[in-house]
Design a protein around this ligand. Sequence first.
Ligand code: RB5
Length: 145
Amino acid sequence: MRIAAGSDHAGFTLKQDLITWLNGLGHEVVDLGTPVKERCDYPDYAVAVSQAVVNGDADWGLLICGTGIGMSMSANKVNGIRAAVVSDAFSARATRLHNDANILCIGERVVGAGLAQEIVSAWLDADYEGGRHQNRIDKMMDIEN
Ligand code: RB5
């Protein structure tokens, strides 16, 4: 899997931890910043990761800020993105199975490092089910137009 990862300062530590862990699992992770833990603005990194996903430079996106909320709100402004902020493995799996989420958002101030790994694993291991969900996805994406 090629994963584009991004965070602001509040998600920096968890981003670095998850990148190291994902690399160890054999995933190719492109770190789109922030490169240092200095205060910065989460929309900048949400857009960078979203564009990588939409352009096909990455299969999936991973965005981390303090809560994951600002990242998800920003990413969902980009056409073609379905970003989901989750704090549990069940929702992470469901958002792939049912919502075909292409970006996962996590809050470093909400979720510990161990749970974050479980969330990312559940998300990466689940495949979109299609079928009855596709009409709903189509309706959702039509809202962009
Ligand atoms: C930064 O303080 C914080 O507001 C940001 O990381 C995020 O939680 C916003 O949604």
